[in-house]
Ligand binder design. Structure first.
Ligand SMILES: [Fe+2]
Ligand SMILES: [Fe+2]
Length: 189
């Protein structure tokens, strides 16, 4: 169920948005792996923030509905296990020196895991999900995800940043909790 061309400019479908986020996540991993110093720290921070918004949105919007499909429980349990593992790895990376070779090694593993996870979601969940919601709901969810993205803590202002250390916006888990509240607020309005 896509929006009509007349709506296209003012509306956005949450499935398209989540799919586009997969692309941005992939690009940010490349940026982290192929930069260094401040640039790498910034790219990693942005990546953590986007992952928090994205995975939380999927947990609140996509996975619960995918459970209703034939075989859905198994599919969703696998995705949730992958997301849990990714969160654990992210928590380990939090606070690490981004120029430490061990950091890069873990980021590379996380990248493989997250991209495989994203492919499975697109294949087994995304396309089937669309038919489960009205265009209005799909637009409402997209707006909720956008709102969470806009409100989630962002980079420290230039000059305020405490430099060297890989200072995230707080532990990834705390960020995800906050995003969850934002999405639930918007979703349940
Ligand atoms: Fe996911
Ligand atoms: Fe995803």
């Amino acid at each position: 169920m896509r929006t009509t061309p007349a709506d296209a400019e003012t509306t956005e479908d949450v499935i398209d948005l989540l799919r586009a986020q997969h692309g941005r996540i992939r690009d940010l991993f490349d940026e982290v792996l192929h930069s260094d110093g401040t640039e790498r720290r910034d790219a990693f921070r942005e990546l953590v923030r986007l992952l928090a918004v994205h995975e939380t949105a999927e947990e609140e919007i996509v996975h619960p509905v995918a459970r209703r499909f034939p075989g859905g429980d198994g599919i969703v349990d696998d995705r949730l296990a992958e997301e849990r593992e990714a969160k654990e790895l992210l928590a380990e990376l939090d606070g690490m020196d981004t120029d430490d070779p061990a950091f890069l090694k873990s980021v590379d593993k996380l990248r493989m895991d997250v991209l495989t996870h994203a492919r499975a979601e697109e294949r087994y969940e995304f396309d089937r999900i669309r038919g489960e919601f009205s265009p209005q709901q799909l637009r409402g969810f997209a707006a909720a995800v956008r709102a969470a993205e806009a409100t989630a803590p962002t980079h420290p202002r230039p000059g305020v940043e405490s430099a060297k250390k890989n200072m995230l916006v707080g532990p990834p888990a705390a960020l995800m909790d906050r995003v969850r509240d934002l999405i639930r607020d918007a979703r349940d309005k």
